[in-house]
Design a protein around this ligand. Sequence first.
Ligand SMILES: Cc1ncc(COP(=O)(O)O)c(C=O)c1O
Length: 363
Amino acid sequence: MINAHKYLDKIEVYKPGKARIEGSTTEMKKLSSNENALKSSKKAIKAYKEHYQDIHRYADGSCEELRAAIASKHNIDKNKIVCGAGSDEIIALLTQAYAGVGDEIIYSKHGFLMYPISAKRVGATAIAVAEKNLKADVDAIIAAITNKTKIIFIANPNNPTGSYLDSKEITKLIQHTPKSVLIILDHAYDEFAAGARSYPDAVKIVNENENVVMTRTFSKIYGLASLRIGWSYSSNEIANIINKVRGPFNVGGPAQVAAIAALQDEVFFKKSQRHNKKWLRIFFKEARYLGKIKAYPSIANFILFDFNTENNCQIANKMFVERGFIVREMAAYHLPSCLRVTIGTSEENNEIIEILREINDRL
Ligand SMILES: Cc1ncc(COP(=O)(O)O)c(C=O)c1O
């Protein structure tokens, strides 16, 4: 028997949102992975299709054109950007580069699951800090910092809770964190959150703080989840380190050309933003009348619903499945009474509201 690192035993393999129900052949509507309800930009699809003649070639390993397009959109230096196979890869690379056996990595208790998984992959200890009302607690995070802390992960807004830390809270966290600790601001849902009250400007924060990295993705508002493409913005020094640990061709050509085209499709981008904001408003208005179901405030493209008990939650989940919907179960996030529902198409959302009413009547 060949032994892998012993510390890998602690990892529970990440279970993505289901795409189908086991044993069923029924076509299900998937609202379990926070994908874009409006699918993808037609321009991105066109660019992807046109790339087919080049797939025998290695793509540009440094994503030069894509980084230039991102830099121009965000008015930042392209040399401080690194692209990855999804922001998941960037998270893994940063963890690999900055933490190891015996180190500690802090995340909030209901934070994105890839943080503890990435920590455990390198033998570091994942420190889950308690939240307040399903929101990261800055004071508790600061109190959890020790001389072993290497990384603090903050998803802003957080998946699966939808909550966020505002500018003041992020500033406080940075001020009370030693400069030797890397703070990773995961802004996977930034474009959906834009415009929320005091929502932090992560680009500005990175510009002002050498120990802060922002991660972003093309999987959410840009609708390119399957192409696996994300990026980081950091100091030159950190970008150089990520470049050392990443694979030389970590982002495929189709992903690069599609992402460049997606960045240029302002109409699709704005439409996606408007659709999401409109439906968040409708859902939260509706939630006021659902006495037995709590909807946690969200600025992302999903909502966490709490059915109060695990048993109620199972009843609710069964009702969603019977009506052809797959939503995300939350036991792995220590939220067994909750389900996370991605904002879908208008038709899907109307159906979800109907089902929520039925669940509420039934409980
Ligand atoms: C908070 C957060 N960060 C990162 C990711 C990873 O996204 P990707 O690897 O597709 O860029 C997700 C995906 O659901 C997420 O919710």
